[in-house]
Write a protein that binds this ligand. Structure first.
Ligand SMILES: Cc1ncc(COP(=O)(O)O)c(C=O)c1O
Length: 294
């Protein structure tokens, strides 16, 4: 497979919002890189795909609305490699699953218990036997390989700072699910600027451990999960709607909406001085929003 030299470009745009209290905010729009392979997913995948050059395809796992599987399946279709998705729970139909099938991904439903076993040492054995020439990619495209692929985001943002009239920035703000994208930025920054992660899952999901396993560096994690992964509430939904009306930025309720709302709370708590320049990463995920619209 590969090599894959597609490097999509993420625009950096200023964000005007009435709660910023003098903090300057820009957004790196990974949701705009491609209609199908959207968000942070391709950047995480590049590191894994580089390791898969002897493979015939890629096998990975995720939930029934997984942005990661969606991007992987779309990439497989576009670049001509086979994909297998191991899914959490029981067979169901939704817009994401419809797309996975249309992109040609082979699906296997593991149930809930079967999916929980994904961290056990012998989990991959039967799948290796069934798909001997497939390269396994961990949940969410995680691990060091996934993180390394995200370093390029820093270059893309820095190359566009002049369009904002900025000569530098103070920190990054982004949603964290596995912490891989955050770890990639911390690696690439090498201490130059701190990275703040708004956790879309509760503390006990191991984001801090995942990041520590990849990098030691300057970062901080904030709980943004609002009671649990994929839990939504009226305040969040209204915030998403207001933000879209105010500045046209589309958000979804699982990652980007929760991350930006957590930033608002930190700004209101006085965490950042006026004049602080922050780059918020829009990590995509809008395909999953279809589940909430319907
Ligand atoms: C839209 C979106 N944003 C952010 C994340 C979190 O990225 P990471 O797992 O690298 O922390 C994910 C999934 O993991 C996602 O789907």
């Amino acid at each position: 497979m590969g090599p894959f030299d597609w490097l999509p470009h993420a625009p950096l745009e200023p964000l005007q919002l009435d709660w910023l209290q003098g903090v300057e905010l820009a957004v790196l729009r990974l949701d705009c890189i491609d209609p199908l392979i959207s968000g942070n997913k391709w950047f995480k995948l590049t590191g894994h795909l580089a390791q898969a050059h002897c493979a015939r395809g890629v096998i990975s796992l995720g939930g029934a609305y997984s942005n990661h599987l969606h991007a992987l399946a779309a990439a497989g279709k576009r670049f001509g490699f086979a994909t297998v998705g191991l899914l959490r729970g029981n067979p169901q139909e939704n817009a994401t699953i419809h797309d996975l099938k249309a992109f040609g991904m082979q699906l296997h439903w593991l149930g809930y218990g079967g999916y929980r076993a994904r961290h056990e040492p012998d989990f991959w054995q039967p799948w290796r036997e069934q798909y001997p020439h497939f390269h396994p990619v961990p949940e969410g495209g995680g691990g060091l390989a996934g993180a390394v692929g995200c370093g390029v985001l820093l270059e893309q943002a820095r190359a566009q700072l002049h369009t904002l009239g900025w000569d530098d920035y103070d920190a990054w703000w982004l949603a964290a699910g596995t912490g891989t994208t955050l770890a990639g930025l911390v690696l690439a920054e090498a201490g130059a600027h701190p990275v703040y992660g708004a956790m879309a899952v509760p503390d006990d999901h191991g984001i801090a451990q995942n990041v520590q396993a990849i990098v030691q560096g300057e970062y901080e994690l904030f709980d943004a999960s609002r009671g649990g992964f994929a839990k939504v509430d009226p305040v969040l939904l209204e915030f998403i709607q207001t933000t879209e009306q105010a500045c046209g930025l589309p958000l979804e309720p699982l990652y980007t909406g929760k991350a930006l709302l957590a930033l608002k709370q930190q700004v209101e708590a006085g965490r950042f001085r006026p004049g602080t320049r922050l780059i918020f990463i829009h990590t995509g995920g809008l395909q999953g929003r279809r589940g909430f619209n319907s």
